[in-house]
Design a protein around this ligand. Sequence first.
Ligand SMILES: Nc1ncnc2c1ncn2[C@@H]1O[C@H](COP(=O)(O)OP(=O)(O)OP(=O)(O)O)[C@@H](O)[C@H]1O
Ligand SMILES: [Mg+2]
Length: 295
Amino acid sequence: MAFIQMHDVIKIYEEPRTGLQIPALRGVELSIKEGELVCIIGPSGSGKSTLLKLLGGLDKPSSGSITVAGKRVDKMSEEQLTEYRRYDVGFLWQFPERNLLPILTALENIELPMKIAGFPREQRRRRSLELLDRIGLKDRSTHRLHQLSGGEAQRISLAVALANDPQVVLCDEPTGELDTKSTMEIISFMRELNQEYSKTIVVVTHDMRFEQRSDRAFRILDGMISGVRQAIKNHAASEGKVSIVDAPPEREELIYVDQFGNLRIPKHFLQETGIKNYVRIHVEGNKIVITRADD
Ligand SMILES: Nc1ncnc2c1ncn2[C@@H]1O[C@H](COP(=O)(O)OP(=O)(O)OP(=O)(O)O)[C@@H](O)[C@H]1O
Ligand SMILES: [Mg+2]
């Protein structure tokens, strides 16, 4: 079984006032290997944050199963979820204020998760300094949130996410507030930390710049994983990870076919071929040929 696995995950929110049901996820199938850096790219409202919250044990699915590192997250009690969120996963959010407490210094912020987890003082300090050094911000140890640039704040937030040495780091739009330079820096740091500490990293975003820098880029549309863009096998797979310095390997786009045989044809194909509602479909050797049939 994969390291992270979501099977037929459905999440329906209920509007408390009106009782209206809002489907945010409609049968997500997702499988991520240990040590992968993946991104899940989709437009606003496609269900990215919902998916991440479920993976992080911050909310429960309406149905379906979620397994992370051999644990069934969807079946955990509140107590187990608290433990899970503390030790198994780290979070990186879009807004620095959600990652860092403004009254604490950078160093104290990195120490906080370890303090809550009950690590001894010396060990906390040592690891925090190590992490600060690793992200190249040792000289910012006494700075508070308002004294940090956006990029620095997110790097420190990344250190906070890693403080308790979680197996998985979950990031929601981590570069949403950053300029291009800081964005590229954060993406590079993620890649380095992913490789150095073999962390599994999941980034949900609408930032296409993550695509080339991740092992695989899933697409999410209307609450469903619709496809994945990945390095072409026997090209990159044999060479190992995608490097951030080398030219990115060639990529291919795969479309997800669900258990009912549904697949989502990308918009640009529909536009190119003029397909609107109906197609003809037939098999030619090992190919399925889809032809416009609207007229
Ligand atoms: N707590 C909630 N109660 C009701 N509906 C919600 C709730 N959270 C999200 N939704 C709805 O679920 C859908 C998916 O929301 P979600 O926040 O997961 O999207 P997203 O892809 O993260 O969007 P964005 O890029 O804007 O952050 C949206 O239609 C949203 O309005
Ligand atoms: Mg979101």
